[in-house]
Ligand binder design. Structure first.
Ligand SMILES: [Zn+2]
Length: 332
């Protein structure tokens, strides 16, 4: 009889109490979605950018140059560069950064795109996608809402750019810093920029871009090294066949010895197509395994860092001032 009673109590618990506790817990962490928010009105009238009103964009796919209105171009950049399900404040930060990057490119035009000023390749300039193509790639039920968010990001920050001492900055950005951004000299050599410093951001580990792995056989590894250096040699029996000799302040590999070669972390990233220069390299049996943290060069704004900051209540200005040191956000 007692057993039967216990049995009944357990069933009651399972049916009523546990689901109640679970729902109560979920309710607590429920956040308001973009659709549920009261959306501000923003005016879509073209902003007067004076001489920067129009931009000539070279499509990297078909090489056709199209001239478009600056903010219209930025809708295509923001929607190509950042997932639309990121927080609106992160998208607004991306819009201001993209506008700044674009203006810097216009004013520092190096003629590398012929009659155009900027191209649509993310590895050369910044990504861009047409509205039609973008809409097609989104699920049907989220298209309109996503596009509204992109429009809000661009139009509610109309005219705003980032300046350092009165000059538009070279606003680098990347996907995931792995927790710490990098200074330009460690990536491209040359000189540093006072507004691009190493900064830390919490919460980047929660994104898929945070960690990745690349595994190769010894033969594949040697093949890729020899493509770059014909005289490359390595003795796998040697204890320090591969050893990292120096790290950057941003935690990336600065110098690494591989066999008879001393390379920079950036070079190793390029040879083995790693997502970043923040990696460790281990010999596992007959394979070499790279475990990589972060995605991209690590300089300037981290997109996942921006989204993580926005989730914790930062607005787009806080985000920009976090990733770029001693800058001002101004209307031009
Ligand atoms: Zn380009």
């Amino acid at each position: 009889m007692r057993k039967f009673f216990l049995y009944i109590v357990t069933i009651v618990c399972l049916i009523f109490i546990i689901p109640f506790l679970l729902t109560a817990k979920f309710k607590e962490i429920e956040t308001i979605t973009y659709e549920e928010m009261e959306q501000p009105e923003f005016d879509k009238e073209p902003y007067n950018y004076g001489e920067y009103k129009q931009i000539k964009v070279v499509n990297s796919v078909d090489n056709i140059t199209t001239e478009m209105n600056l903010d219209e171009y930025l809708l295509g950049v923001v929607s190509a560069e950042m997932p639309a399900d990121y927080e609106i404040e992160a998208l607004k930060a991306q819009a201001v950064v993209a506008r700044t990057y674009t203006l810097y490119t216009i004013t520092h035009n190096n003629d590398k795109h012929g009659e155009g000023v900027i191209c649509t390749s993310s590895s050369c300039c910044q990504a861009w996608i047409s509205k039609e193509e973008r809409m097609e790639k989104w699920e049907e039920d989220e298209r309109n809402n996503n596009w509204k968010k992109i429009e809000e990001a661009v139009y509610s920050t109309k005219g705003e750019v980032i300046e350092y001492e009165g000059q538009v900055i070279d606003a680098f950005f990347h996907a995931n810093s792995g927790g710490k951004t990098e200074i330009p000299v460690n990536v491209w050599g040359g000189t540093n920029y006072p507004y691009l410093q190493t900064v830390e951001t919490a919460g980047e580990e929660g994104y898929s871009q945070y960690s990745s792995e690349v595994e190769l056989s010894k033969k594949e590894f040697e093949g890729l090294m020899k493509e770059k250096y014909k005289d490359f040699e390595i003795d796998w029996n040697e204890k320090n066949a591969i050893s990292i000799s120096e790290y950057t302040d941003g935690g990336r590999v600065k110098l690494i010895k591989i066999g008879n070669k001393n390379l920079s972390g950036v070079e190793v990233r390029s040879i083995f197509s790693l997502k970043s220069a923040n990696f460790i390299c281990k010999l596992e049996g007959d394979n070499i395994k790279f475990s990589v943290i972060g995605y991209g060069h690590g300089v300037g704004l981290s997109q996942t860092g921006a989204d993580s900051m926005a989730k914790n209540g930062s607005n787009y200005k806080d985000i920009i001032l976090h990733f770029y040191a001693n800058v001002q956000i101004v209307s031009i």
